[in-house]
Design a protein around this ligand. Sequence first.
Ligand SMILES: [Zn+2]
Length: 255
Amino acid sequence: MKTSTITDGIETTLRSLAPIDLADAPLYVVLQSENPPADRLLLDSWGNYHPKNDLVFRLWLESCGRWRGRGPLVVVNDLDIRDASPSDDAESNVIAIALHELAHALNTGFDLTERTAAEVALIELRASFAISRLNAAPTLPQNGLPWAGHDAHFIRVAAHLSHRAKLAGIAIELDQVIALNHYGLRSSGDEYFCALTGEFERFDDAPLSTLRHHQPPAAFVWRWRNDLADWCQQEPDDAKAMLAFHYMELFKRSL
Ligand SMILES: [Zn+2]
């Protein structure tokens, strides 16, 4: 089975938004509607990215004639997204979640190291175990902070991808790409997007993986710190509130 036209379209769109970051690496989009192995899917999630996802799905990709070597793989639960979306927004919400997962790949990096067959088998076994455990009992991020994994570095990469999508004529709002309130942040995606407007053009031809090495606009830093300060004020657990301070300092080094 080859990819569907929809999958081909999303892969092409995503690749066009991050050509320098992806370079020659294959990019895989796996839609739940394509019936990938059920024990490889997170049930309580609209999307998923892990640097070893391509290996986790490798046998299935090979059986579909889609394996092209190591590269980032994003899973998108298009069935649940469509169920939860008004019909006019369903298509753009599916692309928005694919963008969200691509932002993870660019923000955390991807692993292109070749692995032996035995290593791949072990990775698949561990992933299957971890996924079944998470499906049985979904948990908060490892340190209990709701934005862990979706901090200001991630929001910034996601905003640049949304900006590039708009340039390409794809109407995607940052609020579709990341539900900030779900991560304990009070500002809207639109407010973060506006705070970054001044730097978009400067990075249009740059790899997004290098964004974190450049100081963002002051308005963006202010919004991030303000959101965390708000969260700390309402958090009764002092240990968690102290941990949050680490995230408030994200851009301090380069100030
Ligand atoms: Zn995420």
